[in-house]
Design a protein around this ligand. Structure first.
Ligand code: ZN
Length: 152
């Protein structure tokens, strides 16, 4: 998902998006606000327009624009990304392409996992056959080769 995230973040301004949820005031090169994630009367929540990040010195929350929307709106990563995507003005086709790519990634991960599962089953099977069923010929073969039972 990385390229789309970057593309989206290049097109939106974290100050505008956070500013659409809570009141932010300019403070030097940064913006400050009362933190929406903990109760406070004096602002310790800072938004950096330069770095496109937020950071609260009161409760320690920090992150980028997607992270903010995720926490503020109680969304998962993909929903938050979609929210910011809608603000970015990027064409819908960019989102669709990204969805197809993530589906492919999930498929590849599943194939890797399946291969791993098969390998573990084979190891189990050998283990069961050699030790638990006490296949004497096999045990004898290993013992004759000088292997201790633990090693086998
Ligand atoms: Zn806070």
């Amino acid at each position: 998902m990385q390229p789309l995230v970057k593309k989206i973040k290049d097109r939106v301004n974290i100050v505008d998006i956070i500013g659409s949820f809570i009141k932010v005031d300019r403070s030097g090169i940064n913006f400050k606000a009362c933190c929406p994630f903990h109760h406070e009367k004096t602002p310790s929540f800072f938004v950096s327009e330069q770095r496109q990040t937020f950071n609260c010195f009161g409760c320690g929350v920090k992150g980028d624009v997607v992270e903010f929307v995720k926490m503020y709106e109680h969304l998962d990563f993909k929903e938050a990304l979609r929210y910011v995507f809608d603000k970015s003005g990027l064409p819908e086709s960019d989102w669709q392409q990204n969805q197809e790519r993530s589906l492919k990634d999930i498929q590849e991960d599943k194939e890797k996992k399946d291969a791993q599962d098969i390998f573990e089953k084979v190891v189990d099977l050998y283990h069961t056959n050699i030790l638990e069923k006490e296949s004497e010929n096999v045990l004898l073969y290993f013992t004759n080769r000088g292997l201790k039972k633990d090693t086998i």
